[in-house]
Design a protein around this ligand. Structure first.
Ligand SMILES: [Zn+2]
Length: 482
């Protein structure tokens, strides 16, 4: 319910330099907006009081790269390299999804996010097996009440006998997704303003897969639809085939602040410079990048360079939608790299906890152009925030609240989540969600996807993908894999 709330006696980690960290602090939320952050705010009878003694108030996390539909595939890719993922997830399981599966994947993926304190999601949605899938994916996000940008994906999951992709449609009108993206934009996202809970975005098929002309064509089409965010996978470590999308876009004046590139570990310095100059944003996804040969996460290097750096969960077929986990992995992997790089021991730690917390909050907000709307506990911003309890065994005592949040907390410590001033998690539970019922539906859906996947021509798909991946830097034949 959206109303008036007074959170009392919290330790506020504002992630706003003008406010800083304030102990014994109150936060007033009125009709979706944070209206005051100060000690001893006056109370009144019409306020709902939330006691936050022994608790931290912080901005909701912003996840800038997720394929939310994959919720049913949890744990499948955890021992995969990227080529296994492309074969099995993108070309087999993806093709098995029905519209109902796409709905549940997005709905439950968004619920998982809220439970874990992620209040904003960039949904890079490449599950468009039919127009009905697109409607279902949007509805999944809508029903969850998360704040998100739905990025309509052009990727074609292959049609094979027994899949949910309509082969006839693909042959008759291979560009049907372009028309359908326009339909979705008009049907659900007429306004598409920064303060709208759900906005329309766009995701080219695979921006480095085809020719440069095709990549430009797709980005320009996304722009013609007024997409809030246009996102794509770029410069993926051992899978970087030397397309140099960033350099080529820069030379042709295509770069702009609506572009959000994920991964990017192998961007060259001139490309980082172009990213900074043009206000392009980057998303690092530590778990998948470190595991799958996509290079060392670029976030800290990019941040040092002056670029907008943020963090994504990427795929919950591999790791949960847990920003705590990604912050830790990113921070400690970078500290390790910095320690190893220096011949002598470092006199002080190279990166601080607060830097990674900024990337997971205000950095993410900036990455999607919402730095004035969300991402910090600042009066005037929309109320997307968390109350994290510090009374568990793992959170007692707290000398440094930022360290507690970055290196100690987990989803079970999150007592309350507000999105747009609405209580979406309270007293440790998602509000308005019959989880046992939803869980049963999710398990049924997962089982039916597994059943349909048995029809897939696995060997044929495997050969096709391996051929596609030939010539990548990982094979030692890359044109420029540095
Ligand atoms: Zn991705």
């Amino acid at each position: 319910m959206v109303g008036r709330y007074l959170i009392q006696n919290a330790t506020v980690i504002s992630v706003d330099a003008a406010i800083g960290i304030v102990r014994n602090c109150d936060v007033l939320i009125e009709h979706g907006i944070i209206t005051a952050v100060a000690q001893n705010l006056p109370t009144s009878a019409d306020l709902t009081i939330i006691d936050a003694t022994d608790a931290i108030v912080s901005p909701g996390f912003v996840d800038t790269h997720r394929h939310t539909w994959q919720t049913q595939l949890r744990t499948i890719t955890s021992d995969y390299v990227l080529s296994d993922y492309v074969v099995n997830i993108r070309n087999i399981y993806g093709s098995c999804y029905t519209p109902h599966d796409a709905y549940l994947g997005n709905y439950c993926g968004a619920l998982e996010s809220i439970d874990n304190g992620i209040t904003y999601l960039v949904d890079h949605s490449h599950i468009m097996n039919s127009p009905d899938h697109a409607d279902a994916a949007v509805k999944g996000l809508q029903d969850s009440k998360i704040r998100a940008v739905f990025c309509y994906g052009l990727y074609e999951n292959p049609a094979w006998e027994g899949s949910s992709v309509n082969k006839e449609q693909e042959i008759k009108n291979p560009k049907w997704r372009w028309d359908d993206a326009r339909r979705i934009r008009e049907k659900y996202f007429k306004s598409n303003q920064p303060t709208d809970l759900l906005r329309f975005g766009f995701a080219p098929a695979e921006i480095e897969r085809g020719t440069l002309a095709e990549a430009i064509d797709e980005v320009e089409f996304g722009r013609s639809l007024g997409s809030a965010v246009i996102t794509g996978h770029v410069a993926m470590g051992k899978y970087d085939r030397g397309a140099h999308i960033v350099r080529n876009f820069e030379q042709r004046n295509i770069l702009g602040p609506d572009l959000l590139f994920s991964h990017c570990a192998t961007l060259h310095d001139d490309e980082l410079e172009a990213v900074k100059k043009n206000g392009v944003s980057l998303s690092s996804t530590p778990d998948t990048e470190l595991q799958m040969g996509m290079g060392h996460p670029i976030a800290f290097k990019a941040h040092k360079h002056g670029c907008v750096a943020s963090i994504g969960i990427d795929i919950t077929s591999n790791n949960p939608a847990d920003m705590f986990q990604q912050m830790r992995l990113l921070l400690q992997a970078q500290r390790h790299l910095d320690n190893e790089k220096h011949a002598v021991r470092l006199p002080k730690v190279s990166q601080r906890c607060e830097e990674v917390l900024e990337m997971a909050t205000i950095g993410g907000a900036a990455a999607v152009g919402l730095q004035d709307v969300i991402g910090s506990i600042t009066p005037g911003k929309r109320a997307d925030l968390l109350i994290t309890r510090c009374d568990s065994t793992r959170m007692t005592p707290v000398h440094d609240p930022v360290a507690a949040l970055v290196l100690y907390a987990n989803a079970f410590d999150i007592d309350t989540v507000f999105i747009d001033g609405e209580l979406v998690k309270h007293k440790g539970l998602l509000t308005g969600v019959d989880w046992p019922k939803v869980r049963r539906e999710l398990c049924d859906s997962a089982a039916s996807i597994m059943e349909r996947s048995k029809n897939a021509p696995t060997e044929e798909i495997n050969v096709a993908i391996m051929q596609m991946l030939q010539g990548f830097a990982g094979d030692g034949n890359g044109t420029d894999g540095a």
